[in-house]
Ligand binder design. Structure first.
Ligand code: MF3
Ligand code: CO
Ligand code: CO
Length: 279
């Protein structure tokens, strides 16, 4: 027997089946939510400077959402208390905003997910704080390239493992390592849905992609070893060897011939603080 409450919330449960979003309105809904997130991430490029606190960034992300009719999906998500994740230097992901000012030379990932009209726009970028060391800059470049190489293989018929293989091959060629403990995920009506998108592996692994699937790709790449631990706060994941870690995240929808990147920066700020890409 199915109750009305269960029936009403059916699309809000991760059943393990991979949802297909094949009406034009679905992709439109994702475009709107994801572009709001991308605009917020663009605004943050002008705000991230030495002296600014991640708590101020958290406030900005909350207010920007409110001003545009969107809620931060992370707020009260599984007990998480903030509108954004801010992951600094050796923090791999799920860093929590606090009152410590950012310092010259820091690198920080800012991960925003707005829910707009029921659609989840999930994206993150790295932000250099002032002038950063060459090794840090190289890590950001490698990590962004990992994300784009993962996206480049997305099309119907390919398995999710092809994404991981593309990312791992490039990261390791560049003498960096891929974090195994966190992955990309189906996204859309739900924040975290099937399938899991691993950032390592082989092209034969995982389910086949089909037109209408929507998911994130969000590689976490370390300068040192891949191993992480979660601090006693239950959220903050850090590299065990305290090496620098970076992450960029896009939400993409599979099309007939490839994919659409929903979270591309409207202002050309997909890699804030880095030299513009050629071509
Ligand atoms: N936005 C993150 C992701 O890319 C999830 C953050 S969940 C939180 O999936 F609770 F840590 F905020
Ligand atoms: Co995500
Ligand atoms: Co995210």
């Amino acid at each position: 027997m199915v109750t009305y409450i269960e029936a009403a919330s059916a699309p809000k449960k991760n059943t393990g089946a991979i949802r297909l979003y094949n009406t034009g309105e679905d992709f439109d809904g994702m475009r709107r939510a994801c572009q709001l997130t991308a605009r917020c991430l663009d605004e943050l490029a002008g705000m991230v400077k030495p002296g600014v606190t991640t708590a101020a960034i958290d406030r900005f992300v909350f207010e920007f959402g409110m001003d545009h009719g969107a809620l931060p999906a992370t707020l009260n998500y599984r007990g998480y208390k903030y509108s954004v994740c801010t992951s600094l230097n050796h923090v791999v992901c799920h860093g929590m905003p606090d009152d410590k000012p950012l310092r010259e030379g820091d690198i920080v990932n800012i991960d925003v997910t707005y829910v707009l009209d029921g659609w989840h726009g999930d994206s993150s970028r790295m932000y250099p704080v002032g002038q950063i060391k060459r090794a840090a800059e190289r890590l950001l470049e490698v990590t962004h390239e990992c994300l784009m190489r993962g996206i480049a293989v997305v099309k119907p018929g390919v398995r999710t493992g092809a994404i991981g293989a593309a990312i791992q091959t490039y990261a390791e060629k560049e003498r960096c390592s891929v974090v195994r403990d966190f992955c990309g995920h189906g996204v859309g009506r739900l924040f975290h849905d099937s399938p899991n998108i691993l950032h390592y592996g082989t092209p034969e692994e995982g389910p086949e992609l089909r037109e209408g699937m929507i998911f994130t790709i969000e590689p976490m790449i370390n300068l040192g070893k891949p191993h992480v631990k979660v601090l006693s706060d239950g959220w903050t994941a850090v590299t065990r060897d305290r090496s620098l870690s970076a992450q960029y995240e896009h939400a993409v929808g599979v099309t007939a011939t490839g994919c659409e990147i929903f979270t591309l920066s409207p202002g050309g700020l997909d890699r804030p603080g880095l030299a513009p890409l050629k071509g």
